[in-house]
Every structure is written in structure tokens, then in C-alpha cells.
Design a protein around this ligand. Structure first.
Ligand SMILES: *Cc1c(COP(=O)(O)O)cnc(C)c1O
Length: 453
């Protein structure tokens, strides 16, 4: 019965309700999981082992007919919702017209239109260029390539708790060993890591965090690398996998200023924070940061694989003809999806909607933290919100509690994700189109799950 449903019943027209008709996972998902285990290597993990058949609005429907509340959005990808109407319409039209030519061989308009829009919408009114690739890692990798070419320098500076992808260069840029780097060396050369302003864990307290962390980072660059050897600084405006760490206010502007003074390309990795997620179109806007290059992906195309590198024309224009590209980068289906996403963010007021979500989540989570000493910190902006779990009365990370709470939420039909260098962060990334009643119901499930740890 469920298997015979067509996609036309998916998307936002799916009933917006939590509905559990079997255990999680149910028998059909369990059968599929056994097939997965026989066919797919275990290195490809599974957060919540239900096999999805339809999704839309704020729910995921599985093979057994369960309807789960989605606080993950495919890791901050389906900001406009799954199977969002404009995405479906534009992609459907495109797939019937043509599916691929390779933009570098024979171009098409939608690619150019996406680049024009990103040039106009990203922070700063300087002249910009954009090119398109397939994934966040590929965008970051290309940004570094371009920065090295433009500066003639090699060193790349990244931060504690940073995550930038899984390719050789981007896993080198990533901070956390397990699971991202362990056993995968040797790593790429000329990558240097400096402190991040992590207010909750700053030894001398959050009020000293921005100035001290910036001074330490800059001192390390000057003393250990030499600013004149640094091609680029790569930073996430809110560290995503690292645990939704908002650098203390003032830290990023100081780092950006140091880059400007020293001819270093400031690269903002907005792969997770972009496209209205944080209550701004891009998270850099919060402190008025204007990056030299901005990398985007995840939320850009409603789930179709697309990523972009947008930057100062004088930097991107330096690369010789043929020095950039890739077979699939800016695939026409993905470009149509991106145009639909940008239109939807604008028409449906999703920047404001993200702020509205934060306005519901933050007060409720702060009230829970008042009553529950296991919640050490509540943080984030817009619809990018997290809580950090600790042993009560300390700041000692409690990853076992985070895993237990997540498991309990999953059993109750609420998808939540964990994160953090210490694995003790629960992160919430609902689609921006989730209805309020599901948001509230999800928070109630979370509250009950937290009460059990
Ligand atoms: C997810 C992510 C990446 C990597 O993107 P992929 O599309 O998985 O390659 C890079 N940077 C940040 C901040 C991310 O969250």
C-alpha cells in the first residue's frame, strides 16, 4: 500500500503529523537495513535506520508508514522543504528538456543565472564571480586552489573544531580525528590550525574569549607560519559539525581585519550556515563580515547536488582558462533547483521564518536548561540551534547522554542529530517550512527524553 504511493503525494502536501504505526525501525526498514549491511560498507553510517519513501514540510515518511518529525533537514540541506513545489516544477521541466551537456563544453543559461544571483546576494557590493561544483568539500577545495593561485602563497590556516569535508585536502582542514581522519593519512601539507573563540569552553570565561582567542590565533600565524606565507584563512561563521559553536562576537571581524592587513584571502565556509538557515541569508551578515571568497552548498538546491565558490573578481579572474571546472559542476537540474530555492526563500520569507523558529526553540530550550543541569549550553541562531550536554554541575562533556537522548527521540519519531568535537552536542536543523505545531511537539519529545538522562 505504502509502496504504491506516488511522489505526487509527497512534498508539502504530506499530512503534517507525527504518526507511529510500528516500532522504529519497523519491519520493512529492518529488512532494508539488512540489505544495506550486505551491500554497503559500514563506513557509511546510519543515524536513524528508517528507510524514507516520502518527505515534505516537517516530516519524513518511512517504508512502514511511520511519519517522523524532521529536525535534520538532511543536514541543513532541505531548508525550503523536501520536494518543495517550485523545485519540483523547475527540475521536472528541465529533466524533460536536457539533463547534461557539461557547462564547459556547451553552456546553458541557468548556470549563469545562479552565478548572477549569488554574486548579487552574498555579502559585499564589490565585483564578484561565481563558479559551480558538486559538493561542499569541492567548493572549499577550489576556494583554496584559487587563493593559492592568486596570492602565490601556500599556507592555509584553519581553526579548532572546524569541519570542511572528506576529500584529502578538506579532511586535512577538518579538526576532528574520529571519524573523519583516523587511518586516512598522510594528510595534505601546509595546513595550520589555530584556536577558535569557543565561549562556553574558554578558560578565562566567555567575556574574554573573543579578544584572547583572536590574539592567540594571530600570534600563532605570525610566529609559526609568517603572515606573508599565508594564502588563506578558512572559517565557518558558525562551526557546524564542531557543535554549532558561534565564535564570540568580535573574533571573526578581528581575523578578517588581520587578513585584510596582510593580503590573506578570507574564505567563509558557509556550506552549512547558508541560505537563510541562521536567520540571515548568510551567517557572515550577522557581524557585517565581507569574505573575499564564500563557499556554499547544502541549502543551495533543495537536495540536488550543487555547490558554489563566490569571490572577488580580481581573485577568481586570475586563474587561467581551463584551470577550474569539472564534468558535472552546475548540472542543469541542480541549477534549476537552485533558482527555485532562491525564489522560494524570497517569496515565502524564509529568512524571517528561520528567525521565527529560533524564537520558538531558544526560549523553550533555555527553560529546559534552567531545570536540567545536564544542559551546559544552549546556542545558535535562527533554525541552527544546539544544546551541549555535560555532567551536571561541570563542563565535562557527556557524549553518552547525547547519544541516549538522540536514541530516545528517534524511538519517539523525532529525528535529531548529534555533533561536536566531544560528541556531546544535540543539534537541531529543521526545514524552514516546518509548521509550528511540529516544532513544539518535537521540543516536547526532546524535553521528555532529556528528563530520562
Ligand atoms: C557539510 C560541510 C562541508 C562538506 O560538504 P559536502 O557537500 O558534504 O562535501 C564543508 N563545510 C561545512 C561547514 C559543512 O557543513
Amino acid at each position: 500500500m505504502v509502496g504504491s504511493m506516488t511522489n505526487s503525494q509527497g512534498g508539502p502536501s504530506l499530512p503534517q503529523e507525527r504518526r507511529l504505526v510500528t516500532a522504529i525501525p519497523g519491519p520493512k526498514s529492518t529488512e532494508l537495513l539488512a540489505r544495506k549491511q550486505a551491500a554497503v560498507p559500514p563506513g557509511i553510517g546510519t543515524t536513524l535506520p528508517v528507510f524514507v519513501t516520502q518527505a515534505g514540510g516537517g516530516v519524513l515518511v518511512d517504508a512502514d508508514g511511520n511519519s517522523l518529525i524532521d529536525f535534520g533537514a538532511g543536514i541543513a540541506v532541505t531548508n525550503v522543504g523536501n520536494a518543495a513545489p517550485r523545485v519540483v516544477e523547475r527540475v521536472s521541466r528541465q529533466v524533460a528538456d536536457f539533463t547534461h551537456t557539461c557547462f564547459m563544453v556547451t553552456p546553458y543559461e541557468s548556470y549563469v543565472a545562479v552565478c548572477e544571483q549569488l554574486n548579487a546576494l552574498t555579502p559585499g557590493d564589490h565585483e564578484k564571480r561565481t563558479f559551480l561544483v558538486n559538493s561542499g568539500a569541492e567548493a572549499v577545495e577550489n576556494a583554496v586552489k584559487v587563493a593559492r593561485h592568486a596570492t602565490g602563497r601556500q599556507a592555509v590556516v584553519v581553526f579548532d573544531h572546524g569541519y570542511h569535508g572528506r576529500t584529502l585536502l578538506t579532511m586535512t582542514l577538518t579538526a576532528k580525528n574520529m571519524p573523519y581522519k583516523h587511518g586516512f593519512g598522510p594528510f595534505a601539507p601546509e595546513v595550520y590550525r589555530v584556536p577558535l573563540a569557543y565561549p562556553f569552553r574558554w578558560p578565562s570565561g566567555p567575556e574574554n574569549c573573543a579578544a584572547e582567542a583572536a590574539a592567540q590565533a594571530i600570534d600563532a600565524i605570525n610566529k609559526q607560519i609568517g603572515a606573508e606565507n599565508v594564502a588563506a584563512v578558512v572559517i565557518e561563521p558558525i562551526a557546524g559539525e564542531g557543535g554549532f559553536i558561534e565564535p564570540a562576537k568580535g573574533f571573526m571581524p578581528r581575523i578578517a581585519e588581520f587578513c585584510r592587513e596582510n593580503g590573506i584571502v578570507f574564505i567563509a565556509d558557509e556550506v552549512q550556515t547558508g541560505f537563510a538557515r541562521t536567520g540571515d541569508l548568510f551567517a557572515c551578515e550577522d557581524e557585517g563580515i565581507v569574505p573575499d571568497i564564500i563557499c556554499t552548498a547544502k541549502g543551495i538546491a533543495g537536495g540536488l547536488p550543487l555547490a558554489a565558490v563566490t569571490g572577488r573578481a580580481e581573485i577568481l579572474d586570475k586563474v587561467h582558462v581551463g584551470g577550474l571546472g569539472g564534468t558535472y559542476g552546475g548540472n542543469p537540474l541542480a541549477c534549476e533547483a537552485a533558482l527555485a530555492v532562491l525564489e522560494t526563500i524570497e517569496s515565502d520569507g524564509l529568512v524571517e521564518r528561520a528567525r521565527h523558529i529560533g524564537g520558538i526553540m531558544l526560549p523553550r530550550l533555555r527553560a529546559m536548561a534552567e531545570r536540567n543541569e545536564a544542559i551546559g549550553d544552549v546556542r545558535g541562531r535562527g533554525a541552527m540551534i544546539a544544546i551541549e550536554l555535560v555532567r551536571p554541575g561541570t563542563t565535562e562533556p557527556d557524549p553518552a547522554a547525547a547519544a541516549a537522548v538522540a536514541k530516545r527521540c528517534h524511538a519517539e519519531g523525532l529525528l535529531v542529530l548529534t555533533a561536536g568535537t566531544y560528541g556531546n552536542v544535540l543539534r537541531f536543523l529543521p526545514p524552514l517550512v516546518i509548521p509550528d505545531h511540529l516544532l513544539e511537539e518535537g521540543l516536547t519529545i526532546l524535553e521528555k527524553a532529556l528528563a530520562t538522562v
